[in-house]
Write a protein that binds this ligand. Structure first.
Ligand SMILES: Cc1cc2nc3c(=O)[nH]c(=O)nc-3n(C[C@H](O)[C@H](O)[C@H](O)COP(=O)(O)O)c2cc1C
Length: 172
């Protein structure tokens, strides 16, 4: 079983979550940033996990472009997607469907929102100013702490492992 996890990140949060998933999943996986992943790299894998941070209500543009560019290859794979974002109780499927083509979304077996973080220290001075405005606005609407949700990562990993097992059982 060949597994690729491809992510994009602006301030490093999705990358850290990708590494957590890689440590938790029993099956070894190949971890790559979207800008280092070409069509030839995708060919090798039958399972692809996609890590997608949210910015202004959409998946970050670099990942939207990546999925759109490789949609014909991706729809031949078993797909799993995790969304990284500061909002609470967000409708994961709605956000993913707004960002990615339906032909790809129809092949997603497991999807999850795994929380997020505001990493001021990794933003540029302008980015930090925008982040402060966005985080204050979000805190006004919902006082809950913005953080990576380890329990959601565990549930996501379990969902993937369950799907792997179904796949191997059906091949026996
Ligand atoms: C300008 C800006 C806009 C954001 N918009 C959203 C949003 O629409 N929904 C959400 O849940 N989180 C939003 N966030 C929070 C990010 O998704 C969060 O900081 C995430 O951890 C970033 O991950 P990354 O470092 O991997 O890019 C926003 C953050 C910033 C700075």
């Amino acid at each position: 079983m060949q597994v690729l996890l491809v992510y994009t990140t602006k301030t490093g949060v999705t990358r850290d979550i990708a590494h957590m998933i890689s440590r938790k999943l029993k099956t070894p996986l190949c971890l790559k940033c979207e800008k280092d992943t070409r069509a030839e790299d995708l060919e090798v894998f039958d399972h692809v996990i996609i890590g997608a941070p949210l910015y202004m209500g959409h998946v970050r543009k670099l990942m939207r472009n990546f999925v759109y560019k490789h949609r014909d290859l991706l729809k031949k794979k078993h797909l799993y997607m995790f969304v990284v974002g500061a909002d609470h109780d967000l409708d994961v499927e709605k956000y993913l469907r707004m960002s990615f083509p339906a032909s790809v979304m129809d092949h997603v077996s497991v999807m999850s929102h795994v929380g997020g973080e505001f990493r001021f220290e990794n933003a540029s001075p302008l980015g930090r100013y925008i982040m402060k405005t966005v985080s204050e606005e979000k805190m006004r609407k919902d006082k809950r702490e913005v953080k990576i949700k380890e329990e959601s990562i565990d549930a996501f990993v379990q969902g993937i492992e369950h799907h792997f097992k179904k796949e191997t059982d059906s091949q026996d």
